[in-house]
Write a protein that binds this ligand. Structure first.
Ligand code: AHN
Ligand code: ZN
Length: 328
């Protein structure tokens, strides 16, 4: 305790002149409950988890890389001390293909009724439908779209094992999020995205599962990402949006967390909100200038490790740790 005061003061002083990247400080377990816990998010670690995913190849349902990475991801989360639930299912894609899919779930502090749900998708897209035509049928790395959310959440899981937060946490890696009908052959009229979260919303891993709120991470790792206040998040979870964006700004990450509304996006949070009645937000890289709403690498072969930036991962991970440990 005595040791922690000078450390906190020192860090407060350092932070004045150094807004980004190194503001984080060591977590101190000995802090009393009414003192804020200072937090360290390791962006190198998150980056390495993304690299590892990409090294398996595109994680497209029914592929070998998908099966192998799914098993690996399960063992990773388990190694960080989570209580595991694995949900295997067959879901039907827009073109009637049956997909072997698996939601991978890990829980911390299972007895605590106050819970935060953190989620991302772990599959990657079978098409590069926003790329040039000759690339359309080559599945993408999905370093950002799929990879980044998982990378950040694995690093958080590692942290939860080292420094258990007071609140209960559930991490869900949803599968088959990104198998929606391609833009070159658009099929309308069905819910073809987010098949894993749709399944889970109807069949939660624990009957009557409830969390106070949820946070979805989708495309949270690219250089100069911009996270606007996504429409469905604002509609159903405005106080959580405000808490997260205010926290980010206070840590110096206002260049990523833009204080302005963005469009509403069909994404996993939508099904967790409607199916389980849990207010959720989506932190997603959004570009209001683009005609599809996303960055230029979206659903192209540019979505590879070259666009992943540790500073962005750090902004997201540090913000989440601050919320989870100090203002849940
Ligand atoms: C649609 O394109 C309808 N939703 C985007 C959800 C998504 C795809 N997130 C990542 N990839
Ligand atoms: Zn996608």
């Amino acid at each position: 305790m005595l040791k922690s005061i000078p450390l906190l003061l020192l860090c407060a002083l350092i932070s004045c002149g150094n807004r980004e990247g190194s503001r984080e400080t060591k977590t101190d377990n000995s802090s009393p409950a009414n003192t804020s816990v200072t937090t360290t998010f390791n962006a190198d670690s998150a980056y390495t988890y993304i690299e590892k995913q990409v090294s398996f190849g595109p994680r497209v349902p029914n592929s070998k890389a998908h099966k192998e990475y799914g098993n690996y991801l399960e063992s990773e989360l388990k190694s960080f001390g989570a209580k595991m639930y694995v949900q295997e299912m067959i879901v039907t894609a827009y073109n009637n293909t049956k997909l072997e899919a698996k939601n991978i779930i890990g829980s911390y502090n299972t007895d605590n009724p106050k819970r935060i749900l953190l989620f991302a998708h772990w599959d990657s897209r079978p098409y590069a439908d926003e790329d040039m035509p000759e690339n359309h049928f080559k599945p993408i790395d999905g370093a950002d779209d799929g990879g980044s959310g998982v990378g950040v959440l694995l690093e958080l899981a590692r942290q939860f094992q080292q420094n258990p937060p007071s609140v209960g946490i559930d991490i869900i890696f949803f599968d088959a999020e990104d198998y929606g009908s391609p833009s070159f052959n658009r099929v309308y009229g069905g819910d073809y995205w987010c098949l894993g979260s749709q399944f889970w919303a109807k069949n939660p891993h624990i009957s009557n599962y409830k969390a106070d709120y949820g946070i979805l991470l989708d495309m949270v790792g690219s250089k100069n990402a911009t996270f606007y206040k996504e429409g469905t998040s604002v509609r159903y979870a405005a106080p959580i949006v405000e808490k997260v964006w205010t926290t980010a700004r206070s840590l110096g990450y206002g260049k990523y967390f833009i204080n302005a509304p963005g469009g509403a996006i069909t994404d996993d949070h939508q099904y967790v909100i409607s199916g389980r009645n849990i207010p959720c937000i989506d932190i997603i890289n959004y570009d209001p200038e683009s005609n599809h709403g996303f960055a230029d690498y979206w659903h192209t072969h540019k979505d590879n490790m070259d666009i992943i930036d540790r500073s962005t991962l750090h902004a997201v991970g540090h913000t989440l740790m601050e919320v989870i440990y100090n203002n849940p």
